[in-house]
Design a protein around this ligand. Sequence first.
Ligand code: F6R
Length: 608
Amino acid sequence: MCGIVGYIGENQAAPILLEGLSKLEYRGYDSAGIAIFNNNEIKVAKAKGRLAVLSEKTDNGKTVQGTMGIGHTRWATHGEPSDVNSHPHISMSGRFAVVHNGIIENYISLKKKLIDKGFEFISETDTEVIAHLFEYYYTGDILDTMVKVINRVEGSYALGVLCSDYPDSFIAVRKSSPLIVGLGDKENFIASDVTAILKHTRDIYYLEDNEVVVLKKDSVKIYNTDKEEVQKEKFTVDWDVSAAEKGGYEHFMMKEIEEQPTAIRDTISPRIKDGKIVLDDISLTTEDIKNINKIYIVACGSAYHVGVVGKYVIEKLCRIPVEVQVASEFRYCDPIINKNDLVIVISQSGETADTLAALKEAKNHGARILSIVNVVGSAIANASDDVIYTWAGPEIAVATTKAYSTQLTVIYLIAAYMAEKLGMFTSGEYARFIEELVSLPDKVSDILKSKEEVQYLASKFFNCHSIFFIGRNLDYAVSLEGSLKLKEISYIHSEAYAAGELKHGTISLIEDGTLVVALATGQELFDKTVSNVKEVKARGAVVMGVTTDTHDNMDDVADYVVKIPSVHEALLPSLSVIPLQLFGYYVASLKGCDIDKPRNLAKSVTVE
Ligand code: F6R
């Protein structure tokens, strides 16, 4: 969703802001704008549509001169995408320019109050109240005014603010929306995430909620809401610029699919020592694990699908009951949880609004929070008792692939770690599990080597209007992900069903030529799923089976079969999902869809 970049230094700000914003395009947006300070005044340029429109309007930033500025990509929430609703918003006198990511929940009452005081609004946005509040509370001291403003607003915000009285500094703050500070040589930055400024610096500060930062060309000072200076630890990002570039691939999504063996290896390797899983990252003791009454897994979208896998795997290995819920439901369901429950929160971005709210809800009930997060220092990571990071590196394509795969890996690590502490493994089983876990990256690479096979199948089915994915237990969990992957990027209607549930209604949708993708990878339920394949075949379906290289019977019933290598049953999702990711990708590619930025979607969903 909205992206922010801010710059102060010795170079022209506008081109740096435009370039930085282009790195945030993946977050999703529908308009963009920049505000540049020059000669004691603030100049603003904004445009609806792609960043290219703004670049053209400003001749790649050349028409807005100045060495300090803020920029924004807007994903419309309050008011349609338009020039006037785009950020930056300007206060009535033109003294303040504001960019904002998040939602001001009390903006209606604030707007009414400001209108009564004579302020005029020109946009439909919630953000415009902030610009006017700055004017209203302005004491001549920008830090003091910022504190007054944030004390009045409710909701989530990352703000970047220019004030024309301050020619050599600008100010920013965050609460529940991401904002980092980049530290350069005679230049400093703010950004919604590291990718926007990676070209300039890898040294950053992660801001906590309500920390206010004042940036000058050669200094960065951070304050709490009592206006006391706070000392922060500098963090050095170890990604290089190429991690956030396409590197010769046509789409980030394919690059990220191909990066999965490395991402899985990077996530597993540091956590296996001397044949044991070592989770130094978390403080759960064996005693704590023994006392766990129930586990909840809470997440959204693909991360929720990882949770569905987690339910099967943790229950199987640890015999602890697991409930999985989508965060947007969990947060309002008055969950029955207490201090003996563990809540596992999964999020790539670490900033999904519903997931963060669900986490807070669980915390209010006294539960312990263990999160699985990709973005270091993100809001969800900060709010958790324990964090296990997925070392997937930056994920740019809106449709997740490598983050999903690394989240699965962490779920396996947690499940096996707890099972071992609970004495659920024989020593031979534990060693075999770890051996199989470590074999995953190579097996994923093997599947990727024959991706043309899936490309061929995509060429046969890319004109379909509706596709069904079926499977049982873990295969069902992966079907959910396969179906989402396909629909979100190719816009083909698709549903995932527990294979045995189809005949309770949905089978009536199967007609001549309907494509059914049937996953039957596990040993125990293989025959059961094959029976379901026969049922849909009898009603005219064309079936693409996904199974392991040990199951030949699938060839007898399905029209097409994709084989994956065998592995420990609990780990099969890591392999069976790969052909489904590829299928979604190739179908979308053949349909000419905007694969990395599918319509209506944002990478980080920071609004409810
Ligand atoms: C689908 C996808 C989304 C995200 C979901 C949660 O490909 O990427 O469904 O999984 O929006 O996002 P995070 O993991 O950032 O909380």
